[in-house]
Design a binder for this molecule. Sequence first.
Ligand SMILES: O=P(O)(O)O[C@H]1O[C@H](CO)[C@@H](O)[C@H]1O
Ligand code: HPA
Length: 290
Amino acid sequence: VHNKCHDEYQKTADWLMSQTKHRPQVAIICGSGLGMLADALKCQDSFAYSDIPGFPQSTVQGHAGRLVFGELKGKSCVCMQGRFHMYEGHSLCKTTFPVRVFKLLGVETLIVTNAAGSLADGLQPGDIMIIKDHVNFPGLVGLNPLCGPNDDKFGPRFPAMSGCYDKGLRRLAMEIGKQLGVAGVMQEGVYAMVGGPNFETIAEARLLHRLGVDAVGMSTAPEVVVATHCGLRVFGLSLITNKCCTHIDSDSVNHEGVLEVGRLRSHTLQQLVTELISRMEINNNNTSNN
Ligand SMILES: O=P(O)(O)O[C@H]1O[C@H](CO)[C@@H](O)[C@H]1O
Ligand code: HPA
């Protein structure tokens, strides 16, 4: 366990607030190949992760490694173009570092996105799965970012995780999907995080299927656990980029194919996220000074 102390999150938050006038209410974490979600932001201030004190570095193709602040439909946002994964060798505390920084910046709602493989018969590549719940496999065996001394300033020792994907936002997203004419490729489902970086074996994919998992990936759960612990409202979506290999003659999966589906679906995802942010209610009084 490599816990960070409160001061380390605060230092990074203070540095960011000294560099930008934006005071974000909503944070977005872009999944593999989904960095274009930041393109819709107006009046951008952007920072390379390598320039931000305390920030880890992105090492995965399809994750640019840039933090972008900006306005979207009257709301102040911050967007991570590139997330951190456990398989990159980061401690879980590092993979989730930005989430607590967002909390200190005044963010109220976290939108997490990811690329994921489908195990459900009804989910095809290109479909959008609204995450209704998750199975945190690394977490179940103790690989959890909340392990170690609890920081009571962020949240309780034993946080509840039932209901961590906000029901109101899920409902709103489905409604927006209908209005955008993409409801046919949208459904709710359960996401499971595995450690990666290898894609699943056939036996592993079959096991996940039998366990009732709809989509699988190598991220998201730790970020959502840390966000829920510190009281952020969470919305999550998976872009289904491939079917998991459940038979010897299934097409095999590769990262290039994963990124390609992201490119094909970029416009729809951008519309969906933009509308969701535009129509979600924000309770705090934080507004950008820009
Ligand atoms: O979860 P994101 O970051 O979207 O990326 C997914 O895509 C990559 C594999 O192609 C893995 O990193 C997996 O987790
Ligand atoms: O099939 C997959 N498995 C795990 N992670 C993934 N990320 C995209 N597709 C997959």
